[in-house]
Design a protein around this ligand. Structure first.
Ligand SMILES: CC(C)(COP(=O)(O)OP(=O)(O)OC[C@H]1O[C@@H](n2cnc3c(N)ncnc32)[C@H](O)[C@@H]1OP(=O)(O)O)[C@@H](O)C(=O)NCCC(=O)NCCS
Length: 140
């Protein structure tokens, strides 16, 4: 169930499955009543927690569920006394960069040439995926 939900966040389904199985990660399914609306995978750490994957059901995007899931992440982070949540995204993933900033994340750093390991160049909206932008949300 989680792998198809998260497929738009990571093309490699095997990698998603491995990440979920890794005991250092915690996966959550988001529901509105009986309806599954999305999922998020977290790596919790007091100093530097990380959103590994987050996705909402394609037909429900733009309906506020992404922000609602993020609200739950922040509440859980507070409960765990986490100081900051980080997320990494590609320089080419403009909609995702917009989404994180709408959720309060700020630019933190750039990991240049992070995506060099791809055997062939990948483009999103005509922009080559090259660098990883790291965004940070300080938890107050
Ligand atoms: C990124 C994603 C989780 C956002 O979920 P969502 O349910 O569409 O988000 P919301 O409806 O809560 O939108 C929250 C805000 O982000 C903005 N936003 C969401 N998608 C956007 C887009 N494609 N372009 C611009 N802004 C966007 C919304 O306009 C909204 O802004 P507002 O608060 O001013 O109204 C969803 O698009 C998704 O699952 N994408 C595929 C997976 C992915 O790329 N995950 C991230 C990498 S791990």
């Amino acid at each position: 169930m989680l792998v198809p939900l998260l497929h738009d966040a990571e093309e490699d389904d095997r990698r998603i499955a491995q990440t979920i199985e890794d005991i250092t990660h915690t996966a959550y399914i988001a529901q509105d009543g009986d309806t599954t609306v999305g999922a998020v995978v977290m790596h919790w750490d007091v100093d530097e927690s990380e959103i590994v994957y987050i996705a909402t059901v394609p037909s429900l995007r733009g309906g506020g569920y992404g922000k609602a899931i993020m609200g739950c992440v922040v509440d859980e982070a507070r409960g765990r006394q986490v100081k900051a949540v980080y997320v990494g995204t590609a320089n080419s993933s403009w909609p995702t960069i917009a989404f994180y900033q709408k959720c309060g994340f700020r630019m933190d750093s750039v990991r240049k040439d992070f995506f060099d390991y791809f055997p062939k160049p990948i483009y999103e909206d005509g922009i080559q995926m090259r660098d990883m932008l790291v965004l940070k949300l300080e938890i107050e």
